[in-house]
Design a protein around this ligand. Structure first.
Ligand SMILES: NC(=O)c1ccc[n+]([C@@H]2O[C@H](COP(=O)([O-])OP(=O)(O)OC[C@H]3O[C@@H](n4cnc5c(N)ncnc54)[C@H](OP(=O)(O)O)[C@@H]3O)[C@@H](O)[C@H]2O)c1
Length: 324
């Protein structure tokens, strides 16, 4: 497989993690663009990035670039996705990939027209553990899937200007951390849920700071989600089958699951992959998909999750400025 030239848009926390993941594998990013150009210059020096773009549009039109990794706040994704897809770039976009299902459908249409790969950087879909668990579940001895329970609590000091609480930056618990819980759920459910109810508590800035969500699909598989931006909770997922349950901690980048059987068999530990290599697994899967080697980026699951989040926010009447 050929080596692809990656460029990154954004120089914040996750962009640094991606550059480090590439560096660990002996690779470097080809290009970088950022709203504040000086930070792009410093980022390029730090990670040996070859090219710094003076403006963001220059990144989209550079013919040397194959894959763009978008690492800016949620509300900026749709505009950048469209601009890059129109230039025929493959895109790996940070979560949440768009604000709502309509924006994602538009981006999917453009990707199809340009014949390129569009994907969300959802670590869960690329950690080796989850692929191994699917194989384990297929053996059938756990029985039918009954329920999934998810927690995610992140203690953030309230700051109406931060991307976590700012409505204008599409903040809130659902798009920031709920997207992980719902992606985990979608990975295990046999089909997307068609029934969703929820409760929400709003922060003074108007974003969702705490929520409880209850989902069910046509097969009768159910899931519950407890989210908060104002308290710590374990990042814990529990997948309950007729004859046992899986428990996974730190599930966005998990490498270990415990299987407890309820029919007397001894507990089983399933391990695969390394938490610290989470972004590298995404990079590898993306390059395989771009090369046509057929590795699945699960944009269909991303679309199901975006549809769930759109319905949930509609019920809350929580709209971002771009949507009003
Ligand atoms: N941090 C994580 O652990 C993590 C994990 C997974 C996913 N993510 C996702 O990654 C994305 C970025 O998160 P982050 O934590 O890396 O954020 P961050 O550290 O705050 O960095 C944000 C980056 O986006 C740029 N930016 C901010 N507002 C912009 C705007 N209006 N237009 C263009 N560029 C803008 C910033 O540029 P300036 O330098 O000009 O401010 C900066 O480069 C989000 O979608 C988030 O959900 C983050």
């Amino acid at each position: 497989m050929r080596t692809y030239r990656w460029a990154i848009l954004g120089c914040g926390d996750i962009a640094n993690q991606l550059a480090q993941a590439m560096g660990k594998a002996g690779r470097t990013l080809y290009g970088v663009a950022n709203r504040t150009n000086q930070k792009a210059v410093e980022f390029a020096e730090k990670y040996g990035v070859l090219k710094v773009y003076q403006t963001i549009p220059e990144l989209f039109t550079d013919e040397a670039v194959d894959i763009i990794y978008i690492a800016t706040p949620h509300n900026t994704h749709s505009e950048y996705l469209k601009a890059a897809l129109r230039q025929g770039k493959h895109i790996l976009c940070e979560k949440s990939i768009t604000l709502n299902a309509t924006e994602l459908t538009q981006a999917q249409r453009l990707a199809q027209e340009s014949g390129v790969t569009l994907a969300e950087a959802m670590t869960i879909y690329h950690m080796p553990l989850y692929k191994k668990l699917q194989e384990r579940i297929q053996r059938g001895d756990l029985g039918r899937l009954c329920m999934i329970q998810m927690n995610f609590g992140s203690l953030k000091a309230y700051d109406s200007n931060s991307r976590f609480f700012n409505l204008s930056l599409a903040g809130g618990a659902l798009l920031d951390i709920g997207v992980y819980a719902l992606s985990f759920i979608r990975w295990f459910l046999s089909e997307a849920p068609d029934k969703i109810i929820s409760q929400v508590k709003f922060a003074p800035s108007g974003v969702d700071e705490q929520a409880g969500i209850l989902l069910m699909n046509a097969a009768g598989e159910m899931a519950t989600v407890a989210l908060t931006l104002r308290a710590k909770q374990p990042k814990r997922g529990m997948v309950v089958f007729e004859r046992g349950y899986l428990e996974i901690y730190e599930y966005p980048r998990a490498s270990r699951a415990v299987v407890t059987y309820t029919d007397g068999r001894p507990q089983e530990i399933i391990e695969s992959g390394n938490t610290e290599d989470a972004l590298w697994y995404e990079i590898c899967d993306m390059e395989q998909a771009v090369s046509g080697a057929g590795n699945e980026m699960h944009l269909d699951y991303t679309a199901d999750v975006m549809s769930m989040m759109t319905q949930i926010r509609q019920a809350w009447k929580l709209y971002y400025p771009e949507e009003t």
